[in-house]
Design a protein around this ligand. Structure first.
Ligand code: SF4
Length: 339
C-alpha cells in the first residue's frame, strides 16, 4: 500500500471566545487522504468539518496533534512553507467571494502559474491557463480568459476556482461544501468534475458536506463528525448501508433521499430539525461521548469517557461504547426514540 498523501493524527483545535470561554471545536481528529480517493467528511452545521479542512490547509494553527505529508511530519506550530500550500489546496463554499472582482479569469490563473514557477512568461502562462480551463470544462477557453467574475454564472465561477487550485499542481484538494451554493441543476456536473480530477490526475480529495446523498455519489470513503469528534468512518457503502454509530444512523435516516433511508422509517415524512434535534454548545460540551444527551442507547460509561475506536470490518470503524460493551448488534436494528 502506498504512503498516504496527507494524514492527521489527534488534530485538536480550541478557539478563545468572549468572556474567557473556549470553544472546543475539534478534538483528536484522525483523517487519511490517499492518492486517487475521495473522502467525504459529513455532519451537521457546526460539527467542526470546516475547522478540520482549515487545519489541514494550515489556515489555522492546531492546538495539538500532528500532520504528515507523504509520511513526513509537518510542524503544525510553524508558519506553513510554500511547498505545503502548493501540495494542499482548498476550494471554498462561496464561488462569489473566492474570486477578486476586478481580476480577469486569465489574470486569476496566470498569477499562481507564474508565482509557483510553472510558466516562464505571459505567453506560456496564457497557454497553460487555457489548458486549465479546458480541464474544468470551460470551453472554448478563449471565451473565458478575458472575462471578469461578475459575467460568469455560479457554476462557471466555481470551475474557475477549481482551475486556480489546479494551477499550482496540488496533490490534495480540500472542498468545503463546494456545491452547496450552486444551482441544483449544475451540482451533478460539479461532482462529476471532481470525480474526473480524482480519476485522471490521481488527486486526493476531501469533500465536506452535510448531504449524505452527494457523499455517496462522489466518494470512496466517508467519515462522520459530531460536535467536533470523529465518530464513524469507512468505505461509503458500509457506513451508509450498515452504520454502526447511533448518530450516523440518525443522519442516514434523516436523509431526504428515500433510497438512502433505513428500515421501517423509510416512508416517514422528512423533517431534519425534528429528526436531528439540537447539537451541543461547544464552549461547554458534554463530557465523554458528546452525543450522549441525544442518544437512546446512552450508558453511564458514555457520560464519563469518549469511547475507544472499534475496528469493525474492512476498514469500517466507530467510536461507540455499544461495541466495547458487546451491544453492537443492537445498532443493526432500526432506531426509535432518539431526541
Ligand atoms: Fe450513544 Fe454511548 Fe454510543 Fe455515544 S458512546 S453514541 S452515547 S451509546
Amino acid at each position: 500500500m502506498s504512503t498516504p498523501v496527507l494524514r492527521a493524527f489527534d488534530l485538536t483545535k480550541h478557539f478563545d471566545a468572549t468572556g474567557g470561554a473556549r470553544v472546543h471545536a475539534v478534538e483528536n481528529a484522525h483523517l487519511t487522504l490517499e492518492r486517487g480517493r475521495i473522502v467525504a467528511l459529513v455532519g451537521e452545521s457546526g460539527s467542526g468539518k470546516t475547522t478540520v479542512a482549515r487545519l489541514l490547509a494550515r489556515m489555522y494553527t492546531a492546538t495539538s496533534g500532528a500532520l504528515e505529508l507523504h509520511g513526513k511530519p509537518v510542524d503544525v506550530r510553524a508558519r506553513p512553507r510554500r511547498d505545503y500550500h502548493r501540495a494542499v489546496q482548498m476550494i471554498f463554499q462561496d464561488p462569489f467571494g473566492s474570486l477578486h472582482p476586478s481580476h480577469t479569469v486569465g489574470y486569476t490563473l496566470r498569477r499562481p502559474l507564474l508565482i509557483h514557477g510553472h510558466a516562464r512568461g505571459r505567453a506560456e502562462a496564457d497557454g497553460l491557463a487555457a489548458e486549465l480551463l479546458e480541464q474544468v470544462g470551460l470551453t472554448p477557453a478563449s471565451d473565458y480568459l478575458g472575462k471578469l467574475p461578475h459575467s460568469l454564472s455560479g457554476g462557471q465561477r466555481q470551475r474557475v476556482v477549481i482551475a486556480r487550485a489546479l494551477a499550482v499542481r496540488p496533490e490534495v484538494l480540500l472542498g468545503d461544501e463546494p456545491i452547496s451554493m450552486l444551482d441544483v441543476s449544475i451540482r451533478l456536473d460539479m461532482l462529476n468534475l471532481l470525480a474526473r480530477l480524482r480519476d485522471e490526475q490521481g488527486l486526493a480529495l476531501l469533500y465536506i458536506t452535510h448531504d449524505i446523498a452527494s457523499a455517496r455519489y462522489l466518494c470512496d470513503d466517508i467519515q462522520v463528525m459530531y460536535a467536533g469528534q470523529m465518530v464513524e468512518g469507512g468505505p461509503k457503502d458500509a457506513v451508509i448501508n450498515t452504520p454502526r454509530h447511533p448518530y450516523t444512523r440518525m443522519l442516514v435516516e434523516a436523509s431526504p433521499d428515500p433510497a438512502h433511508r433505513l428500515g421501517e422509517h423509510a416512508s416517514a415524512p422528512y423533517d431534519e430539525d425534528d429528526a436531528l434535534g439540537e447539537p451541543p454548545n461547544l464552549t461547554d460540551p458534554p463530557a465523554g461521548c458528546r452525543f450522549h444527551p441525544r442518544c437512546a442507547f446512552a450508558m453511564d460509561e458514555c457520560r464519563r469517557a469518549f469511547p475507544p475506536r472499534t475496528e469493525l470490518s474492512d476498514g469500517h470503524w466507530a467510536h461507540c461504547w455499544m461495541h466495547d460493551k458487546g451491544r453492537g448488534h443492537e445498532l443493526a436494528t432500526p432506531l426509535r426514540g432518539l431526541a
